[in-house]
Design a protein around this ligand. Structure first.
Ligand code: UDX
Length: 440
């Protein structure tokens, strides 16, 4: 089957590459000719483990290609996936659908035969019907269906999530569209991964509900962590005790410096906004959004306590600035709140992150960059672990402490314990939801 994918951002590229690996003929389209040139040379514009090799393999077989020519891509395609950006619109917090609708119109004008127009971008409930209206207006004679096929890919694990999904959700209106979608996902169906077929609105809602639920779960454990600190409990033990209850589950119960990334912040805001517009506000999600901001600010207070109440004149090494490990993405990363607070308070900040520098240089001015965590800690008064990259999980803490002027550790991902820190010679240590080690 021939498939076109519009947009070679994170979702579009991963989907296009994986669909070609299923055996389909896939053409990925983007308006950005530099991006297409890069892809044609075999270079992947994003950091995603394993994507380059999978892309190379499928380009070699001739199943995967890249173009700026939308007409050629759509010619003969039975399905066209819209995977363009839906950023949060300034002012009202809504998802900005300009790019989705522009793509729908272009597809309508380019298509000649029956085609299923599938939205992969995360879009508010009701968008697929609007896409259908735009297509009908642009090309009244076109025989087409729309489908909603939200993605549930985690950055850093996207290929596995695509190839071995917990489920695939497909929203359709006709049997014909359902049949096309079923043949696209046939390799997964054969391996008995659940494929859920729903109406359009339910598919759109599933994505938002799932992400808002996960953001809520993280925020819940973050608030429990704050209380654990006050009552002398250990949030790691609490999370384990909770998570072994199958109804709760042990995933997404890691307390930390607040969720970030390209999905949770944007999707929770868009869901809250839609709910308000339908006069059915989801107060729980509105609170989660607010609390997550407070969690990030609470991290600054924690570090301030660790530094005797002032950042002024301190030298701080920050290990990890991306919103989570195995990505170069810094969107809504807690580092964007915490690092400016350190700099604003008068600290000199050195950052070490295996992939964050490319985006981070523009977003975090006035910091310097080090490739080596030990070099970053040289003469420092505080080391902060902000992202749990594997490189920072197995540090030689004694060696780190020896290089510092004042050995203090802010472990905002609970990678170590107060005992580890004390043994290694740290004079002060804070983590999340557990006993801290602050002298005096
Ligand atoms: C998420 C969803 O998991 C995915 O299904 C969706 O389609 C896109 O959004 P992603 O943003 O890549 O994926 O990362 P994820 O691993 O879900 O983490 C999101 C944020 O939550 C990160 O900032 C992470 O550090 C934080 N997090 C996650 C926690 O603080 N604690 C946890 O227990 C889990």
């Amino acid at each position: 089957m021939k498939i076109a994918v519009i947009g070679t951002g994170y979702v579009g590229l991963v989907s296009g590459v994986c669909f070609s690996d299923f055996g389909h003929e896939v053409v990925c389209v983007d308006k950005d000719s530099r991006k297409i040139e890069m892809l044609e040379k075999g270079k992947v514009p994003i950091y995603e483990p394993g994507l380059d090799r999978l892309m190379e393999r499928n380009v070699e077989t001739g199943r995967l290609s890249f173009t700026i020519d939308l007409n050629a891509a759509i010619d003969g395609s039975e399905a066209v996936f819209i995977a363009v950006g839906t950023p949060t619109r300034r002012g009202d917090g809504h998802a900005d659908l300009t790019y989705v609708m522009a793509a729908a119109e272009e597809i309508a004008k380019a298509a000649k035969d029956y085609v299923v127009i599938v939205t992969k971008s995360t879009v508010p409930v009701g968008t697929n019907r609007k896409v259908a209206e735009v297509v009908r207006a642009a090309n009244p004679d076109l025989d087409f269906d729309v489908a909603s096929n939200p993605e549930f890919l985690r950055e850093g694990a996207a290929i596995d999530d695509f190839m071995k999904p917990d489920r695939v959700v497909v929203g359709v209106e006709t049997d014909r569209a359902a049949a096309v979608m079923a043949s696209i996902y046939r390799p997964l169906y054969l391996r008995e991964f659940p494929i859920i077929t729903t109406d359009l609105e339910s598919a759109e809602m599933t994505k938002y509900a799932a992400n808002a639920f996960l953001a809520t779960k993280i925020t819940f454990i973050n608030e429990i962590a704050a209380l654990c600190e006050k009552v002398g409990a250990d949030v790691k033990q609490v999370a384990r005790g909770m998570g072994l209850d199958n109804r709760i589950g042990n995933k997404f119960l890691h307390a930390g410096p607040g969720y970030g990334g390209s999905c949770f912040p944007k999707d929770t805001k868009a869901l809250a906004r839609t709910a308000q517009e339908y006069a059915s506000p989801i107060q729980l999600v509105e609170t989660v959004i607010k609390v997550n901001e407070e969690v990030k600010r609470r991290m600054v207070d924690k570090l301030l306590d660790l530094c005797d109440g002032s950042f002024n004149g301190k030298c701080v090494a920050v290990l990890g600035v991306t919103f989570k490990p195995n990505t170069d993405d810094m969107r809504d990363a807690p580092a964007l709140t915490i690092v400016p607070a350190l700099v604003g308070g008068g600290s000199t900040v050195r950052v070490c992150d295996p992939q964050g520098r490319r985006e981070g240089e523009a977003l975090l001015p006035s910091v310097s960059w080090e490739d080596d965590p030990y070099a970053a800690a040289d003469g420092a008064d505080l080391v902060v672990i902000l992202t749990e990259w594997n490189e920072f999980r197995a540090l030689d803490l004694s060696a780190l402490a020896k290089r510092m002027r004042t050995p203090r550790l802010g472990d905002l991902r609970n990678v170590y314990t107060a005992e580890d820190a004390q043994k290694a010679g740290f004079q002060a240590y804070v983590s999340i939801g557990r006993a801290d080690l602050i002298p005096g």
